[in-house]
Design a protein around this ligand. Sequence first.
Ligand SMILES: [Zn+2]
Length: 66
Amino acid sequence: MPTYSYVCTSCGHTFDTHQTFSEEALTECPKCKKELRKQFGNLGVSFKGTGFYKNDSVPARSSDSD
Ligand SMILES: [Zn+2]
């Protein structure tokens, strides 16, 4: 049975669980009930992809007061 690693995107709780391929992926942190993210073994999957988009939403400083 494959082992999946999960990490909570909210509290950072990590744990491994055994699931078959037919089982649904977990989505809820057992600690804080927030969103889990599945980690994939040794592939070094990063969290850098989507989700963090600070650069896109930098508020323009229109009030350049003096
Ligand atoms: Zn959590």
